[in-house]
Design a protein around this ligand. Structure first.
Ligand SMILES: CC(C)CC(=O)Nc1cccc(-c2cccc(CN)c2)c1
Length: 232
């Protein structure tokens, strides 16, 4: 997160850190007791290795009462996701067992009504992604508030030039923005997850490249279907 600040510890109990060999790679969030939602492009550099999922954390390194690392039973990238564009950039991770819910580990509901969030709505996004262009990685969860911008503005030829589909949404990226390592985290508007951070142009903090999110409402049936089909 660029231009943000340290989140109040454990006030975002839905946040997940997707890790490989103890290293934070991407964000995610608990959509059900045994399921975490993230971004499919997070698996680009992992091959077929499975992530581990850290829940209940504020600091990535310090001991905390409800912090726990879960193994992943299976990973389900959306069938339409690919490395050449941001389409269908969602990844469902089935935990080896149901997460133990408590004050620091809670499910976050996602939007099921397929209606655009109004432009200028201020939403918040959190993550352990880099906090500077030099690539500084935070130990503690960061957050920032960002206004939604309309798809028309985001699709302007000087911005994302028509690549933003109805399944995507954008927020202003002037100075305050998402960045490497924030992918997969939720865009929360009015206490509900409206979108999931995608890397898009992999540029951060430049107002000409607004932040892009995969909207969740259009994918409610896919999310429910995967969770229902995988062995319970
Ligand atoms: C395996 C993946 C972690 C590789 C990757 O995603 N790299 C990467 C590099 C630079 C910027 C970003 C990035 C992320 C989230 C939002 C944005 C745009 N605000 C950029 C992402």
């Amino acid at each position: 997160i660029l231009g943000g600040y340290e989140a109040r510890p454990h006030l975002k109990p839905f946040m997940a850190s997707l890790q490989l060999d103890g290293q934070h790679v991407c964000g995610g969030f608990l959509v059900a007791e045994q399921w975490v939602l993230s971004a499919a492009h997070c698996t680009e550099e992992t091959g077929d290795k499975l992530f581990q999922v850290l829940l209940g954390a504020h600091s990535l390194t310090e001991q905390e009462p409800h912090k726990r690392l879960y193994r992943v039973r299976a990973q389900f990238p959306h069938p339409g996701s690919n490395k050449h564009n941001n389409k269908d950039d969602l990844l469902l991770l089935q935990l080896e067992e149901k997460a133990e819910l408590n004050a620091d580990v809670q499910v976050l509901p996602f939007q099921r009504e397929d209606r655009d969030v109004a432009p200028d709505t201020v939403c918040e996004v959190a993550g352990w992604g880099i906090t500077s262009h030099s690539g500084r990685r935070p130990d503690r969860l960061q957050q920032v508030e960002r206004p939604v911008i309309s798809r028309d503005v985001c699709n302007h030829r000087t911005r994302h030039d028509g690549t933003i589909t109805n399944n995507m949404m954008c927020t202003d990226s002037r100075r305050k923005d998402t960045c490497k390592g924030d992918s997969g985290g939720p865009l929360v508007c009015g206490g509900v997850a409206e979108g999931v951070v995608t890397a898009g142009s992999r540029v951060c903090g430049n107002y000409k490249k607004p932040a892009i999110y995969t909207r969740l409402a259009p994918y409610a049936a896919w999310i429910d279907g995967v969770m229902a089909s995988a062995d319970g």
